[in-house]
Design a protein around this ligand. Structure first.
Ligand SMILES: O=P(O)(O)O[C@@H]1C[C@H](O)[C@@H](CO)O1
Ligand SMILES: O=c1cc[nH]c(=O)[nH]1
Length: 378
């Protein structure tokens, strides 16, 4: 059974313990969730319902009532969506060292360095993420020279990070453990920097199933090796199941964006995330293989029937963590081969580079559209 610690002096907000976490993107923190529920119950009779509420609850009620009045008067209320962490211990820490990023709350002015970040793009390879930052820099028409785009995490060789305008580009290495460490520190970084309305997109490579190599798959749902939309996180000696739903509206928006790029093969589908490139993805060419070609094809065909169009190694934990912390998230991966045809990646270097640039082009167009630079769509 999982129990969440409460920092001293904080309201004792108990959450249902268990192995499944249902709180999702944009939903309030554990404590906030309870306050809002109370708030809704006080809508009918102010006097009656306020009796059982604390001063904080009353305060929130008044803010919501004010907002409701504002809306009734015909105004549009835009709420900022902050990045939230779900760890009460963080508040009690004097300093937070983001070890693998070589950044910290005492050594760096994180709000000044990152406060304006609106788009975070992540991908496995450091070179790809550097290339993406340079490409974005040009596409945004920013004035400073390329040489100003330096690796912010140069003090460590674990990950690299580049910033151009409101876009942050970060490498995450290969596989769930590697991206998960990066995401813990990135999410804390965005939180410490008080970033709001952040969209995060993984731009990666993958193996396709039943689609032409070079296709760009925009993930609607990340699934595990059993085609389930979930990520199982082992916490102490418990398995906690987290949802891997991604933002469907964002996926649609990206798909619509892709239609405007000439000769751009893109589709929306499920993405399967595995813990291994070889046996885990049903390859016959690893150092170990204990299954037949028939078994492999049967598995991949069942994956296709379940809606899976590509396989990679990070999407489930990415979707789960971003969802829990209030980040609008998308996964956009190009396919390098059709796994129903082969296992080895035989693309020439040039073709591989061109394929890898496809998700970058789509995301660059999307970001420019969001920033109102539509006339500059490539
Ligand atoms: O973002 P990348 O291209 O690194 O994603 C996929 C999944 C694994 O990390 C890696 C395997 O080649 O590529
Ligand atoms: O087949 C592939 C290709 C790229 N990345 C993967 O995880 N699998």
């Amino acid at each position: 059974m999982q129990s969440f610690p409460q920092p001293a002096g904080k309201k004792d907000a108990k959450r249902k313990s268990g192995s499944s976490e249902s709180w999702r993107s944009g939903s309030p923190n554990i404590g906030e969730e309870m306050q809002l529920r109370d708030t809704r119950s006080c809508a009918g009779s102010e006097h009656e319902s306020h009796r059982s509420l604390s001063r904080e609850d009353l305060c929130i009620c008044r803010i919501l009532q004010g907002a409701a009045q504002f809306l009734c008067q015909g105004h549009t209320l835009t709420m900022k969506r902050f990045v939230h962490v779900k760890n009460p211990y963080l508040d009690t820490m004097d300093e937070d060292i983001l070890y693998h990023l070589d950044l910290g709350t005492k050594t760096h002015n994180l709000p000044e360095m990152f406060g304006d970040v609106k788009f975070v793009c992540v991908g496995g390879s450091p070179n790809r993420m550097r290339a993406f930052a340079l490409f974005m820099h040009k596409e945004l028409g920013l004035v400073e020279g390329e040489e100003d785009i330096k690796d912010i995490c140069a003090g460590t060789d674990r990950y690299c990070m580049f910033k151009t305008g409101p876009v942050l580009s970060i490498s995450h290495g290969m596989g769930v453990p590697s991206i998960s460490i990066m995401l813990h520190e990135l999410i804390k970084l965005l939180h410490h920097a008080r970033c709001c309305d952040v969209t995060i997109i993984r731009i990666g490579t993958s193996g396709g199933i039943g689609i032409a190599p070079g296709s760009v798959v925009i993930t609607d749902t990340a699934v595990d090796s059993f085609f389930k939309p979930q990520f199982e996180q082992v916490i102490l000696d418990n398995v906690v199941t987290r949802s891997t739903e991604l933002d469907k509206e964002l996926a649609e928006e990206l798909f619509n964006c892709s239609k405007k790029i000439p000769n751009f093969p893109a589709l929306i589908g499920h993405t399967m995330c595995t813990y291994d490139f070889y046996e885990g993805q049903g390859r016959l060419d690893g150092a170990l293989c204990s299954f037949s070609r028939e078994k492999k094809l049967d598995y991949l065909k069942r994956a296709y029937e379940a809606g899976v169009r590509n396989i990679e190694m990070e999407s489930t934990v990415f979707a789960a963590m971003c969802g829990l912390c209030g980040l609008k998230a998308a996964v956009v991966c190009v396919t390098l081969l059709d796994r129903l045809d082969c296992d080895q990646i035989t693309l020439s270097h040039d073709v591989l580079m061109e394929y890898q640039r496809r998700p970058q082009l789509l995301i660059s167009n999307f970001i420019k559209k969001k920033l109102g630079l539509c006339d500059q769509i490539s």
